[in-house]
Design a protein around this ligand. Structure first.
Ligand code: BT5
Length: 332
């Protein structure tokens, strides 16, 4: 995306009414015909721009596509540059990992759909058009062990930005990386790392959010949800992506400076299964007890039956006690 179009969009976005062709031409240092040419290209890209003789141009809305022209003008932080957008990929994580060596922190790869979206531990991630599927390149100067809390930081950032838009929905975080809305999975985070014993080279953080998706395949129905299903209408994906990048950058810099401790309280407040009896599978070993929350390193604090505490670094948490029919369906 070359600059004149972004500049035109920024000007139209900040102005409620019409902006004259002459004004745009002067600000860009080009002819009015050149402005008109760019406007036609923007219209062809899906930007609803009204053109009126003697009045100029007015932006009527924002396209629901994640191409650079729709996202870059909304970015307020440093992240999202460079920004690579693809109509379809196997997996944004895989593509970003291949490019990681040559890219700076904050680089983003986005796909409208993924044919081979990945979850953790070789699981697959359903990624049809309408979601936000992206990966972020991070170069944190932290000890590799500290990376255990990175998925928590990013899932917290996602919930903080989504709940800012939609406070009426019921948000929760399932340790370590699940984003839940109204008790069902709305998104997930997958962090992949290149590190040595003492040093992290890079981390690729993949984030998937179900946004404008109206139904799920039978195997996910009952467990997965989308913003469209929760709100009963579509949401502006570029606006959400820009807000998530901004919030993630903010929480991530705090985490790089001070670790997970300053974020633990906010995570804890959204923590699903707090005080509930759970079973956790960590690297082939099973632990059962009461989930008390997360500690200041992001570890799961489990109160075992003998009264002792167990701190878990990663794994799968499942609920052991069932209180209602929804949990019955999902308690496995
Ligand atoms: C995750 O794994 O939750 C991490 C998901 C990360 C996806 C993003 S999209 C952009 C980037 N590129 C990638 O290739 N991946 C990342 P996990 O906790 O292992 O959860 C996977 C499980 O969630 C699956 O086994 C299904 O049960 C369920 N699942 C699959 N697709 C889903 C979806 N769209 N919504 C909700 N649940 C889903």
């Amino acid at each position: 995306m070359d600059d004149p179009r972004l500049k035109i969009l920024e000007k139209l976005k900040e102005t409620k009414g019409f902006v004259s062709g002459t004004q745009l031409a002067t600000e860009l240092g080009v002819s009015r015909e050149a402005v008109w040419k760019q406007i036609k290209l923007l219209q062809a890209m899906g930007f609803p721009i009204t053109a009126k003789p003697r009045q100029g141009y007015r932006l009527e809305g924002w396209p629901d596509r994640l191409f650079p022209a729709a996202v870059l003008p909304l970015l307020r932080g440093k992240w999202g540059r460079p920004y690579y957008h693809y109509p379809q990929l196997q997996s944004t994580n895989e593509t970003l990992k291949q490019m990681a060596a040559s890219l700076p922190e904050g680089a983003v790869v986005v796909a409208e759909e993924q044919a081979g979206g990945k979850g953790r531990r070789g699981r697959s991630w359903h990624s049809p058009p309408g979601g936000i599927w992206f990966s972020l390149l991070l170069r944190p100067a932290v000890h590799p062990l500290a990376l255990l809390s990175l998925p928590l930081v990013l899932s917290l950032a996602v919930v903080k930005s989504l709940s800012g838009f939609f406070p009426e929905l019921d948000w929760a975080l399932k340790w370590p990386n699940d984003i839940l809305c109204r008790g069902k999975k709305l998104g997930g985070v997958l962090v992949e790392v290149a590190a040595e014993t003492e040093q992290v080279h890079w981390a690729v953080a993949g984030i998937g959010i179900n946004v404008n998706i109206s139904s799920f395949p039978p195997e996910l129905e009952g467990r997965a949800t989308s913003l469209e299903l929760c709100r009963g209408k579509k949401s502006c994906r570029p606006c959400l992506l820009a807000a998530i990048l901004e919030r993630a950058e903010e929480l991530y810099s705090l985490w790089c400076r001070e670790g997970f401790a300053p974020l633990a309280k906010d995570y804890q407040a959204l923590f699903l299964y707090r005080g509930r009896r759970v079973r956790v599978e960590e690297e082939g070993r099973f632990w059962e007890g009461k989930a008390e929350g997360v500690d200041d390193k992001g570890r799961l604090v489990l109160r075992l039956d003998d009264g002792s505490l167990r701190l878990l670094l990663g794994g799968e948490v499942t609920l052991r006690e069932v209180r209602n029919s929804y949990e019955k369906e999902n308690c496995n």
